[in-house]
Design a protein around this ligand. Structure first.
Ligand code: PL3
Ligand code: FE2
Ligand code: FE2
Length: 230
C-alpha cells in the first residue's frame, strides 16, 4: 500500500534555496576545515597519526557529500559567507596549533565542532530532502566516532588537561552561541528551530565533558559560558 507523505517544505522555493546556499556552505566549509584540523592534529600527535589521518579522510568525504546535496537542489553555496562564519573558531584553532596547545585544538575540533555538527545534522535529518537525508545519516554516524576520539584522548589525559580545557571552553563556547544566532533565521527556513539546536548541542557537549571526567557542577558552569549573550 502506498502512503501519501505531505511535506510542508518546498525544497525548490526561492526562499528555501536562498537559505540553503548559506547553510550548505557552512556545512561544506565546516567539513573542509575539519579535514585540515585533523591533518594538523595528526602532526601534533604522532602516536595517533594513522587514526587522525583516517578521520581527516572521512571529513573530506563528508564535504563531497554535502556538495552533492547543494548540487542536487541546484544551489550554489555561498562560501565567502561560510568562511566568515567560521573565521574566529578557525583562527583560535590555528593559534593553538601553532603554540602546540593540543588540548585546545581537541576541544575546538573534536568536542565543540563535532557536537555542533551532531546536533545540527540530527535536527536536519527529519526535515531534509530524501537525497540529503541519506547523506546526512551516513555522515552523523562518523561524527560520533570523531567526538569519541577527542573524549578518549582527553579522558586519558584529564588531570593534565583540565585547566587548559576550562580556558579553551571559556574562549570558544561563546563563539558557538554567536554562530547559532547567525544561522537561526536560515535554519528556520529549513525547518530547524534554534531551541532544538541549542538543546541538542548542550546534551552532546555536556555528555562529552562528563565522559572526559568533569563533574556535573563543572559542566553546568562551563556550559553557561557566554550563553547569557545568546
Ligand atoms: C565536522 O565533522 C563537521 C563540521 C560541520 C559543522 C557544521 C555546523 C552546522 C551549523 C549549521 C546548522 C544547520 C545545519 C544544517 C545541516 C545540513
Ligand atoms: Fe564531518
Ligand atoms: Fe567530524
Amino acid at each position: 500500500m502506498q502512503q501519501l507523505e505531505i511535506s510542508p517544505i518546498d525544497f525548490q522555493s526561492e526562499a528555501y534555496k536562498d537559505a540553503y546556499s548559506r547553510i550548505n556552505a557552512i556545512v561544506i566549509e565546516g567539513e573542509l576545515e575539519a579535514n585540515q584540523n585533523y591533518q594538523t592534529l595528526a602532526e601534533l600527535l604522532p602516536d595517533d597519526q594513522e587514526q587522525l589521518l583516517s578521520l581527516a579522510k572521512m571529513e573530506n568525504r563528508h564535504m563531497k557529500g554535502f556538495q552533492a546535496c547543494g548540487r542536487n537542489l541546484n544551489v550554489t553555496p555561498d562560501m565567502d559567507f561560510a568562511r566568515r562564519f567560521f573565521a574566529d573558531l578557525h583562527r583560535n584553532f590555528q593559534e593553538a596549533a601553532a603554540a602546540g596547545r593540543i588540548v585546545t585544538c581537541l576541544l575546538i575540533q573534536s568536542l565543540i565542532i563535532e557536537c555542533f555538527a551532531i546536533s545540527a545534522y540530527n535536527i536536519y535529518i527529519p526535515v531534509a530532502d530524501d537525497f540529503a537525508r541519506k547523506i546526512t545519516e551516513g555522515v552523523v554516524k562518523d561524527e560520533y566516532t570523531h567526538l569519541n576520539f577527542g573524549e578518549e584522548w582527553l579522558k586519558a589525559n584529564f588531570e593534565a588537561s583540565k585547566a587548559e580545557l576550562e580556558e579553551a571552553n571559556k574562549q570558544n563556547l561563546p563563539l558557538v552561541w554567536r554562530m547559532l544566532n547567525e544561522v537561526e533565521a536560515d535554519a528556520k527556513v529549513l525547518g530547524m528551530e534554534k531551541e532544538a539546536l541549542v538543546e541538542d548541542f548542550m546534551i552532546s557537549y555536556g555528555e562529552a565533558l562528563s565522559n572526559i571526567g568533569f563533574s556535573a557542577r563543572d559542566i553546568m558552569r562551563m556550559s553557561a559560558h557566554g550563553l547569557a549573550a545568546a
